[in-house]
Design a protein around this ligand. Sequence first.
Ligand code: HPA
Length: 272
Amino acid sequence: MSSSLLDVSNEDVRRIQSLAPEPPRVGIVLGSGLSALADAVDDAIEIPYPELASYPGVGEVVGHAGRLLVGTVSDVPVVLFSGRVHQYQGASALEAAFPARMAAALGCEVLLLTNAAGAVVPRLATGDIMLITDHMNLMGTNPLTGWPGPEGGNPFVPMSDAYDRDLQDLARAVATSQDVALQEGVYAGLLGPCYETPAEVAMLRTLGADVVGMSTVPEVIAARALGLRVMGLSLVTNAAAGEDLSHDEVLEAGKRASVVLTRLVLGILERL
Ligand code: HPA
């Protein structure tokens, strides 16, 4: 049982801190096929995930290149996680929350998460960018299980404002200024790795989900427990349970829309 959510290797933290031009303020997690933002990091120092003792070493899936970068984006010192650890790879929820735990250990105040997701509702189309306003944890696990809570506290972390309202307003304002039609909605996190059946997608729609994916939820929960403010952006890469749905389709859609998503994130960072 883990007593500390922060439990990342001190050696990793010291190494990253010594390489970073300034202490990172914002952690950014890039989802499947969304690695273009990594090219926007100025003075980037890169560490492949396997070089980090804290990194949960589970098999990589094609398109999930794993590396951590420190540097600045729009003059904001950031730590960028290009690729993440998924529970469908066999990682625990705590391990899947690695970027949130590392960002907190490095002293970040904000965690900005991106992901690829399938549309559950007909109003969302492939290529849309959706601001996550809330989530449903349908993964059957939680990164806080066994966690006794912070010093003298309890593990019952409030989640009513998991996605920071001021950051949501900022994302809306930047999207408007860039003429980006920013969608909004609820992200349902499922364990995967198989995609959903049509019956499951109908269930998710009935429950009130707008998109479905296999990440983000453990990171958000851990981030909130560690006091970080969270923003989440989903890139709609397909219709959930769409015909001939393939991982390649998800990666391809990610590549195409990542230009818009990258510009949006740069604009958000400029105004943080
Ligand atoms: N389902 C679950 N996860 C996903 C999907 C999907 O349709 N698309 C991208 N990630």
